[in-house]
Design a protein around this ligand. Structure first.
Ligand code: IMP
Length: 421
């Protein structure tokens, strides 16, 4: 059974935790898009792990993890992540594989990300400033450097020199500081030496594993509405965060995928700029006061709102979601009344799917259905039938309005605070 796991909202759906749970049924976990803009949090007992590039599957002994071709890698950050895990007793040797065709994030990508955001002023995207957009830009423009270059120091240095010259000119014209070729060269070649044992042809390796009937879990990063094609463009990230990205980002063809699991929160959150139709200050204030909803990568407070079934319905069709994992149900425990957006009213018309124009989305007014709250803690519940009836009713409505089968419910950050339905 090969499973694709995607975020059905704007990212931060709690994917790290669900991946950790589903990894029990998998042999290999593959990350196929995005970069260290992602932050997947997993809490095991008293320990908290935040992973940015390495698949969360690494926390389960014996499981193999792949950073595949579709990912953009900051090698220095990746070395830091590997060393951080090793210090905490997680063994990576013979368990982590890195694609030789994955593109590199270089310091000029980060600098350009920052300069472009600065120049956009009020219209900024609110990126994580990890250089993701410029790195994918270079990939598409065919001016990128890849992992395969990093392990060939001569080739790397020649290519890097010319890329730094061009990018320094751009950076200076934007008012940024130029980079030192020597410093970047040294830092990257050092990182390259440390990463070399992990770098390989992951496409060939993965197909070999498929022949051995190994079960693969594809770990999505970010969420459907941050997808470069299907999200609220231009307030998106620069990769395909939707199910198809797992195929192009790994080299595993679509017919080898068996199911798609969509992860969504029991409410909606977004970090960064861009439209969020169900945004609600009271929901944000309540969750922040509980100490919840601060970004794992940048620490920014997330914008919060009611569950948006117009969005998740679209996510279901674009990703082909079969099963749902609903997280953070316990975040709503104290509310007397809960709302679900079932449609939008847009310029006098009722619509069931979001418009493609982010500007138009700003004119959409959510149409809500109200639900009674349960006002009881759910974080100790381990069976669907033991949930308060109002919570059961609410979850069933989320699944029905989205159009997929409810499979997993999460009621807290801990591994055990999860049950299947
Ligand atoms: P970038 O991916 O850093 O270019 O950021 C583009 C947009 O995607 C911004 O709104 C970010 O806040 C958002 N974003 C990127 N990665 C994540 C993530 O892992 N979770 C939530 N939002 C993200």
């Amino acid at each position: 059974m090969n499973t694709i796991l995607v975020g059905a909202q704007w990212g931060d759906e709690g994917k790290g935790k669900i991946i950790d749970v589903l990894t029990e049924e998998a042999d290999i976990v593959v990350r196929s898009q995005g970069g260290n803009n992602a932050g997947h949090t997993v809490e095991i007992g008293k320990e908290k792990f935040v992973l940015h590039l390495i698949p969360s599957g690494i926390l389960r002994a014996g499981k193999k993890c792949v950073i595949a071709n579709g990912v953009v890698i900051d090698p220095v950050a990746l070395v830091g992540e590997i060393e951080g895990l090793e210090k905490r007793g997680i063994k990576l040797a013979n368990r982590l594989l890195i694609s030789e065709t994955a593109h590199l994030v270089l310091p000029y990508h980060r600098a350009l990300d920052e300069q472009r955001e600065l120049r956009k002023g009020r219209n900024k995207i609110g990126t994580t400033k990890r250089g993701i957009g410029p790195a994918y830009g270079d990939k598409a423009a065919r001016t990128g450097l890849r992992m395969i270059d990093l392990v060939r120091p001569k080739t790397f240095s020649t290519k890097l020199k010319s890329r730094i010259e061009e990018n320094n000119a751009i950076l200076e014209s934007l008012g940024g500081a130029p980079l030192s070729f020597r410093e970047v060269e040294k830092a990257y070649l050092d990182a390259g030496r440390k990463l070399a044992p992990y770098i390989t042809n992951t496409v060939v390796w993965l197909h070999g594993q498929l022949e051995k009937q190994k079960r693969i879990l594809f770990e999505g990063a970010q969420g459907t509405f941050l997808d470069i094609d299907f999200g609220t463009y231009p307030f998106v990230t620069s990769s395909n965060t939707t199910a198809g990205g797992s195929c192009t980002g790994s080299g595993i063809p679509p017919h080898r995928m068996d199911r798609v699991v969509g992860v969504m929160k029991a409410y909606t959150t977004r970090v960064g700029e861009g439209p969020l139709p169900t945004e609600c200050a009271e929901v944000s204030d309540m969750l922040h006061a509980m100490g919840r909803e601060f970004g794992a990568t940048t620490g920014r407070a997330r914008r919060c709102g009611w569950f948006d079934a117009v969005a998740t319905r679209y996510a279901r069709v674009v990703n082909g979601i079969d099963e749902l994992a609903i997280t953070n149900l316990d975040g709503l425990d104290t509310l007397m009344e809960i709302r679900i957006c079932i449609a939008y009213e847009c310029r006098g018309k009722r619509i069931a799917f979001p418009p493609n124009d982010a500007e138009e989305l700003l004119h959409c007014r959510p149409i809500y259905r109200k639900f009674a709250g349960w006002q009881r803690p759910t974080s100790d519940v381990r069976h669907f039938k033991k949930l308060p009836v109002a919570a059961q009713r609410y979850l069933k409505a989320l699944a029905e309005l989205t159009g997929a089968r409810l499979r997993i419910v999460s009621v807290g950050a801990q591994r055990e605070q999860t049950f299947t339905v």
